[in-house]
Write a protein that binds this ligand. Structure first.
Ligand code: ADP
Length: 588
């Protein structure tokens, strides 16, 4: 609805009041003048009648003289004078011949006068065809009315005069109204202007410009209102700033949290979702905020968890699987009721932790414990079996006995090797965890020379040649013994798994920010599916072959941890029947 300005409400009202007042004043004053003139005329006619009364009484018995007297006096005083006997017969008249005049017995002004009272009336005269005022006075003695004298005058003059007065008053009033309307306009403007200014100010407030201050008007009420609005705006400004600050703090806390957080209302609409939670489900927070979780995140396990959490009165927790493309992730979810300041439940808080790595580590740890037990149990069972045989069987040949002892000795060595490798691995892990590496300037040429030397005997046994290829002299900050150990493990594997009379290349290269050590062989190679797991403890491509060759399954795990302790990387490239290349990259 289109609303009128306040000025257009107030100004026409003022105008109406002015116009009505002036019309009323004009009407009242003209009426007053009319009554005043009529009263004056009445008094005048009555006085004239009183003055003539005695002269006429003396002439009643002489109608001709009386008529003459009336005509003369009426002419002199511009008054019509008529004398009427109690039977209504007109015996004298200043204007007409009484003989021609009809009986006046029933004239209203005369009826009362015949009873002895002074009476008057204003009416239209049939004789003179004019509006006349008549005043009738009784003439007589001792309450006996002998005749009635009637004085009359035309009152159309009065009407004209009253009309003139009314016209003049109306003209004055018109000018007064014009003047008053201008004044009323300025008064209206003065009243509405501060309101208009305050309305403008309130519009600024509603557009968010709360720092603006309203001008304080002169009038007390308006000044109080402006001050109240200014203080309201500044309080609102403070509150909004505090709320924004709190929201920003909360947002930054939620944004920097590793855990995913989703807050839902009681209808399961998303109140808030932090970037971690959004990235787990590949959605954008701004796209899903305010929408129901069912239509925003289509993950059956999560939705089932939310449904269960909503039913349950207490917090619940569980691991759920999330599949995206080919990846599987494990997310640990727990719920808590969402409360308002009065501790009233207003929804549900869902907290998500990506525990894929943790669970993998837990699995690795469990696998490791099982693997260690298994690796130790196999030689132990064998040792136990042969010892029991040696103890229980009396007729064992010398030759057989020696064979048994050598099997026991081999298994003991195997156990020893496993335990030594495990101890070694745990020492490296400790160094890695505590960052306790003793770094010294290490010449990689020396490392290669020492490692190759340590493996020469084994290589010779299989008639394998080892080629050293150093493209540049490189020194690096490292723990030389550990790096040497890593290289020995790699060269040892290359010798172990390569065919007799094959060739191994050990080389060092210098990259932009790292030194690279490589061990390449042209042995049997490793199938692609094993490459990812090769560095896990006890992982072997061919268990039987590894055991037969005296492998513990820990060699590459030790290499990996040595490299990690140096913040380096390890890589393997291999092709079946063509050979393998293991490379260690160490940052300068
Ligand atoms: P192991 O003691 O069994 O050698 P490692 O951890 O050193 O244990 O090696 C793990 C597995 O990787 C080995 O069992 C073997 O199957 C494979 N492997 C390691 N090095 C080579 C290599 N140079 N050529 C072929 N296979 C290899």
């Amino acid at each position: 609805m289109k609303r009128k300005r306040f000025l257009l409400h107030i100004y026409p009202s003022y105008l109406l009041i002015i116009i009505v007042s002036l019309i009323a004043a004009t009407y009242y004053s003209s009426n007053y003048y009319r009554k005043f003139f009529l009263q004056q005329t009445y008094e005048d006619l009555k006085s004239r009648g009183e003055l003539l009364k005695y002269g006429i009484r003396d002439l009643i018995s002489y109608p001709a003289s009386l008529d003459q007297f009336c005509k003369q006096t009426g002419k002199d005083s511009s008054t019509r004078i008529t004398v009427i006997l109690p039977d209504g017969v007109v015996i004298a008249d200043s204007k007409e011949d009484p003989a021609n005049m009809e009986n006046h017995k029933h004239r209203p002004e005369l009826i009362d006068a015949f009873k002895g009272n002074v009476s008057s009336i204003s009416r239209f005269s049939d004789t003179l065809k004019k509006e006349m005022m008549y005043v009738a006075l009784p003439i007589g003695r001792n309450h006996v009315v002998r005749a009635v004298i009637r004085t009359s005058i035309s009152i159309s003059v009065i009407h004209n005069k009253v009309g003139q007065v009314r016209y003049q008053v109306a003209v004055y009033c018109f000018f007064i109204a014009m003047f008053a309307s201008v004044i009323a306009f300025f008064i209206s403007k003065k009243i509405t202007q501060p309101i208009e200014e305050m309305t403008k100010g309130a519009e600024y407030f509603s557009n968010g410009d709360l720092s603006r201050k309203l001008v304080i008007p002169d009038s007390k009420e308006m000044a109080d209102l402006a001050q109240a609005m200014n203080s309201m705006a500044s309080q609102l400004d403070d509150k909004i700033k505090t709320t924004i600050k709190q929201k920003n703090e909360l947002d930054s806390v939620l944004s920097s949290m590793q855990e995913g957080v989703i807050a839902l209302d009681q209808d399961n609409a998303i109140i808030s979702i932090n970037p971690s939670a959004a990235s787990i489900f590949h959605v954008k927070p701004k796209d899903v905020r305010g929408f129901s979780i069912e239509e925003s995140i289509r993950n059956h396990s999560l939705l089932k968890f939310i449904a269960d959490a909503a039913k349950s009165q207490t917090p619940i927790e569980r691991d759920v699987m999330i599949y995206d493309n080919t990846n599987k992730r494990i997310v640990y979810i727990h719920s808590a009721p969402l409360m308002d300041a009065e501790k009233k439940t207003i929804g549900l808080l869902v907290i998500l932790n990506d525990v894929t790595k943790l669970r993998q580590l837990q699995n690795i740890r469990q696998d490791f414990a099982a693997n260690v037990s298994h690796e130790i149990k196999t030689p132990l069972t064998s040792i136990k079996g042969f010892i029991e045989t040696l103890l229980n069987e009396s007729n064992i040949s010398e030759e057989e006995r020696d064979r048994f002892y050598s099997v026991i000795e081999r298994n003991v060595s195997r156990l020893n090797a496993i335990i030594e490798d495990l101890l070694h691995l745990s020492q490296i892990e400790q160094i890695e965890d505590k960052n306790q590496l003793t770094l010294i300037e290490t010449d990689l040429a020396d490392v290669i020379t020492n490692a190759v030397q340590a493996c020469t005997e084994k290589a010779n046994e299989k008639d394998i040649t080892i080629e050293k290829n150093q493209r540049s002299e490189t020194t690096i900050k490292a723990d030389p013994q550990l790096i040497e150990q890593a290289m020995i493990n790699l060269i040892d594997n290359a010798i172990k798994y390569s065919h007799e009379k094959s060739h191994i290349i050990v080389e060092s290269q210098t990259g932009e920010s790292e030194a690279i050590l490589k061990v390449s062989d042209n042995g049997p190679g490793i199938a692609q599916e094993h490459l990812n797991r090769l560095f896990e403890r006890f992982y072997r491509v061919d268990k039987g072959r590894s055991r037969k060759l005296g492998g513990t399954g820990l060699g590459l795990a030790i290499v990996k941890h040595i490299v990690m302790a140096h913040n380096g990387r390890i890589n393997v490239e291999s092709q079946l029947e063509k050979g393998s290349t293991f490379s260690i990259s160490l940052p300068f």
